[in-house]
Design a protein around this ligand. Sequence first.
Ligand code: ACO
Length: 321
Amino acid sequence: MIRSVFKGSGSALPARAVSNDELARLVDTSDEWIRERTGISNRYLAGEGETTGTLATEAARAALADAGIAASEIDLIVLATATPDCTFPATATQVQAALGCTGGAAFDVAAVCTGFLYALATADSMLRTGLATCALVIGAETFSRILDWEDRTTCVLFGDGAGAFVLRAEDVPEDGPGVLATRLHADGSHRDLLYVDGGPSSTGTVGKLRMRGREVFRHAVTNLAEVLEEVLKASGFSAADIDWVVPHQANLRILDATARKLGLPAEKVVVTVDRHANTSAASVPLAFDVARRDGRIAAGDLVMLEAMGGGFTWGASLMRV
Ligand code: ACO
């Protein structure tokens, strides 16, 4: 059977690390409050010359090097972001130009923190149906540029970064590697709980992120537990078969609550929110890349990727590495 097989990953972070203590000098907050409520100690913030496009390109280059695949072999780039460099062209096309690959398609998808799962599902469908043969799937964000730095309830939660996967369509046996099952959801009726108050066609501005954190928390735990069960059912595996869960890194308490609901031991959950904070669409591939490079995620492992974000959108995908 033809599956989208994982070939390599890469990630990129801005040069500047910002601790909670440093943030506490800008807004009325404390290291203790941020760590207790979110698990976050540090985040990286983009500086001059660092954009979603430059971070995405660096992550893509690292993923290609990891995969041992030349940029010329890539005939699809799907980039998930809510913070593109420009309204258009798509940031994916900038990455394509920077990598020097000219064949195939390149476009962005917008599903906020679930963006990487939406991008992965899109690339997986295109690879399995023969629309492409070798894809870069990227999550990249510079949320620091849409934060209200005077709103302590949101600005302490987010960071910037990028992560990328290389996937190739390959004929594999039933028990072989590849993306095994994916489920995606959206419910636009919850827009007001998490949104940006501007855009090109409404205000003509970029806007700032607004969130009602408590309500988001409650929905996140319920929705994530449900979609994880759906993906397990669709794939025929049980929670006990999973080697690693790579969740969207929003908040340590959401990660813990979701794992508990599914009966998954905390040791199987990859956590990077402490050092990267919430990097939206970048967080899943960024966390995955960290766990692969430190030797936790290995070839043959069964890995569950999951995310929930603005919209609301949410989804999960099970992959054999
Ligand atoms: N520093 C210090 N105090 C703060 C801060 C801060 N940065 N932010 C809020 N407070 C204060 C509030 O003003 C409030 O004070 P009051 O009691 O005097 O009114 C108090 O802390 C409690 O505020 P709450 O908003 O009720 O705090 P809560 O315990 O709900 O924690 C948090 C807030 C961390 C945002 C939590 O609701 C949460 O984790 N929500 C999930 C949302 C999330 O992670 N979203 C990320 C994007 S969505 C996604 O990726 C899934």
